[in-house]
Design a protein around this ligand. Structure first.
Ligand SMILES: *Cc1c(COP(=O)(O)O)cnc(C)c1O
Length: 469
């Protein structure tokens, strides 16, 4: 299995090679040369596997340059009951009728980002040790990604994390979760700016190729192919748990921002998993909903992006979307490159002639949810079932309900636990979400964070002073 660029300008590479890279040299994204297909017999033979062993099977189709036994050890170390608080790793939580939650947020930071990050926390040290090198992960976070990366990489050999966060802009819980880590290889840098400004500093440093090479900088952002591959696993897991027969179809509803989570569902469907619909849910930032409805892709600027109560979906330029367009255009990389160049010039492109195939061929449908919808959904699910859902998951439940069909299980991806976004929970039901066991005292723990001006000079000086080589 080798990987090429969605824009055609990269020599085919192995998994371990694309693992440590960000964008392809031509600005495109790494994508499998051909998507592997799983036969019905093989799928059926996976029914009794643990989550970790299922992960080794699914990932083994994408990772052909690491021995299967080694990979199986890495997934067993990643998906433990200790890290996920449940033997199932990903429990199914019935809601009402055919609708259930796929519980992706039982990991250390209470959001689905842990599902892929915990795997990266195993495979990065493995690949780095084999290559006798190390990596300094540099990133900016508005909340969930940064903490998932830090919890996955803490105390791991050969890896350090330098994570910029906007000073004073995250929730008390999110700050406590990140800044209470005391590990020597974790560096929390609270910068005096907003998320976009922090992101600009990261981009400037990552595009300074000398600096990047000298300090061995890398990234774990959502375009990383290994994250997508690790996310494919839970679509297989969800289907296996929701069905008893191989011909049974299942639909999945996915609260979406950067298009990483639902892209994994699209890959699973191309691999032959019997998925009926992929229901894409957005909040008020509905660029993707607009695309799947009309075929016109018109990303918005940071200024036009609404601040909402499902903040992890406040994204108007979906970085993984290019991989879907590559498949839509049948792997015509030149056409993908032309579309993105047009996007740079005119701010949009039009694929409306393909719109009928979005659902017919790829199963995609979409819908939008608003702040009022989130509150109503959180309240009504709580009253009817006693289950408390977070605002992002509520967007998924709201849109899923529009596409429910009799006889077809609908799995809504639970992308975070309510404790992480308790202010909105309180607004919906009148009291805050309970804190999970073991986290009751999180906010009173000592915090380790360095406050810096939000500029390239300050951050690069900090990195220079603190990298270990
Ligand atoms: C990251 C995130 C999302 C959006 O996922 P994408 O892969 O960016 O589409 C949704 N909900 C929560 C809680 C998240 O952290």
């Amino acid at each position: 299995m080798k990987y090429v660029s969605t824009r055609g300008g990269m020599q085919a590479q192995l998994f371990s090679e694309v693992l440590l890279e960000g964008l392809a040299p031509d600005g495109g994204l790494a994508i499998p040369q051909t998507v592997p297909v799983v036969s019905t017999a093989e799928l059926e033979s996976w029914r009794s596997l643990s989550y970790a062993d299922l992960a080794a099977k699914v990932l083994g189709l994408f990772v052909t340059d690491i021995p299967a036994q080694t990979l199986a050890q890495l997934t067993r170390d990643a998906y433990t009951e200790e890290s996920f608080q449940t033997e199932a790793i990903v429990p199914i939580k019935p809601l009402m009728g055919e609708m259930s939650l796929l519980g992706l947020s039982e990991g250390p930071t209470l959001a689905f980002k842990d599902m892929a990050m915990q795997f990266l926390g195993q495979i990065f040290p493995h690949v780095l040790a084999a290559r006798h090198t190390r990596l300094n992960i540099l990133g900016a976070t508005s909340g969930d990604t940064g903490s998932a990366a830090e919890y996955a990489m803490r105390s791991k050999p050969g890896v350090a994390v330098f994570m910029l966060s906007p000073l004073g802009r995250m929730s008390t819980f999110q700050r406590a979760q990140m800044y209470s880590l005391q590990d020597a290889n974790i560096h929390n840098l609270a910068v005096k700016g907003n998320f976009d400004q922090a992101q600009d500093v990261v981009k400037a440093l990552a595009s300074d190729l000398d600096f990047k090479a000298q300090y061995k900088l890398g990234a774990v952002n959502s375009i990383n192919w290994a994250r997508i591959a690790a996310q494919v696993v839970y679509y297989f897991h969800g289907w296996l748990k929701a069905t008893t027969r191989s011909e049974q179809l299942v639909s999945f509803a996915v609260p979406s921002g950067n298009f990483g989570n639902i892209l994994a569902g699209h890959i699973a469907r191309m691999m032959g998993l019997p998925i009926r619909r992929l229901v894409l849910a957005t909040n008020e930032n509905n660029v993707l909903e607009e695309f799947f409805r009309t075929g016109v892709y018109r990303p918005r600027s940071a200024l036009q992006t609404h601040v909402t109560s499902s903040p992890s979906m406040d994204i108007s330029r979906a970085s993984n979307f290019e991989r879907f367009v590559y498949h839509l255009l049948d792997g015509d990389a030149a056409q993908v490159a032309a579309l993105w160049s047009q996007l740079g010039q005119t701010g949009q492109f039009d694929l409306s002639s393909y719109q009928p195939s979005f659902e017919k061929q790829y199963g995609f449908v979409s819908g939008t949810s608003t702040h009022a919808d989130r509150l109503t959904t959180i309240r009504s699910v709580y009253e009817k079932t006693g289950v408390l859902i977070d605002p992002h998951t509520a967007d998924g439940v709201k849109v899923a309900a529009q596409f429910a069909e009799p006889g077809i299980p609908m799995l809504v991806l639970e992308t975070a636990l309510p404790a992480k976004f308790s202010e909105t929970i309180e607004e919906a039901i009148g009291h805050p979400a309970p804190l999970p066991k073991g986290l009751e005292n999180l906010e009173s723990l000592a915090q380790k964070v360095t406050v810096l001006p939000c500029d390239v000079e300050s951050v690069s000086a900090y990195i220079r002073d603190h990298v270990t080589s």
